[in-house]
Design a protein around this ligand. Structure first.
Ligand SMILES: [Zn+2]
Length: 338
């Protein structure tokens, strides 16, 4: 005969149940004290000088547009930075044509931190590729030139890499994914492609989630977060517009995920990072949009459009460590609040 007779099994369960129930009332005669609530780890500092050096390093690779040497070099560097810090680094390779050519080989890089932690999974994302053409340059002769993307590309990556260092130093109280999207910036308005041909990498990730990674509950994209307001106020800008470093609510995200937007803007207020403004900004097609469309809560922190946007002047001297600090420090506050 194998297994229990059903009647015997119930008897065994009953006896074990009584013994287990009795345990808490025997011995010292008092119940154990309730455990104190877990204390979130102390938030590490955001080193804006280090972040700015990462912005400059990316620019030193040259333009990182699809198919370029700078694109290859930056990918290798990015992965090399992340591997010693993260619990897991996933490279998601794919091929795609853009409105500007191809097909090209692309790679999304996703790093996971705090993989065994409880709680909601955060995803912080930025694009690491740069635009193949300076099509907004005031000088028509420059419009075929690939941009250096100090603000448009490198600033978001620099914020995320400094956050990676903080997460590597002090494990976060919740799982955190840092996603570096490829193929964001080769779109053309009127191209007829999804998202006008922008956001190809983030759309690929949102639709084809790697099985080895947890899915995020909250998605926060950062883009164009490096503008040097003081420089632009002092020197002036080509068209005189948007010379401030301003972060109003991006409208798609704030409309669809108002609770998440409020959580992030509240953290900025508490820290006194006054670039964050509680007013409605523009609707921007950016890497949060495919996540919104796939059903995620997703927002975008973006200063749009900065004066050097899609011009050959998108260079480090128009960027500021303080702008990176305002955004990176706010995100660390949100993550380490637990
Ligand atoms: Zn761009």
């Amino acid at each position: 005969m194998t297994g229990f007779d059903p009647r015997t099994r119930w008897l065994v369960l009953l006896v074990f149940g009584c013994l287990a129930a009795g345990c808490t009332s025997c011995g010292s005669g008092s119940s154990p004290a309730p455990l104190p609530p877990p204390v979130p780890p102390e938030r590490p500092a955001f080193d804006e000088a280090h972040a700015f050096a990462d912005l400059e390093q990316q620019v030193a690779f040259g333009p990182r547009n699809p198919g370029s040497q700078g694109h290859q070099d930056c990918l290798a560097w990015l992965v090399h930075q992340l591997r010693p810090l993260a619990d897991l680094v996933v490279q998601q390779d794919f091929q795609a044509a853009t409105p500007m050519g191809g097909p090209y080989g692309f790679t999304n890089v996703i790093a996971l931190f705090g993989q065994d932690q409880p709680g909601e999974v955060w995803l912080l994302g930025a694009h690491w590729d740069t635009r193949p053409v300076a099509d907004e340059d005031p000088d028509p002769a420059n419009r075929g030139t690939a941009i250096l993307g100090a603000n448009d590309g490198a600033s978001g990556v620099a914020v995320l890499l400094e956050i990676a260092r903080a997460l590597g130093e002090v494990p976060p109280p919740c799982p955190v994914l840092l996603a570096f999207f490829d193929a964001e910036d080769s779109g053309i308005s009127g191209s007829g492609m999804p998202y006008m041909g922008f956001c190809i990498g983030s759309a690929y990730l949102a639709d084809d989630w790697p099985t080895e990674l947890p899915r995020p509950e909250k998605v926060v994209v950062v883009d164009l977060v490096g503008q040097d307001e003081e420089h632009n106020l002092r020197v002036g800008t080509p068209n005189g517009s948007n010379d401030r470093f301003d972060l109003p609510y991006e409208r798609y995200g704030q409309t669809a995920a108002p609770g998440l937007a409020n959580e992030v803007w509240t953290a900025a207020e508490v820290l006194g990072h006054d670039a964050f403004k509680r007013r409605a900004g523009p609707y921007v097609i950016d890497d949060h949009k495919p996540f919104l469309d796939a059903g995620y809560d997703a927002i975008d922190i973006i200063d749009f459009p900065p004066p050097e946007w899609h011009t050959v002047d998108d260079t480090p001297e128009h960027c500021s460590p303080d702008s990176l600090l305002q955004v990176g420090d706010t995100l660390l506050e949100v993550i380490y609040a637990g």
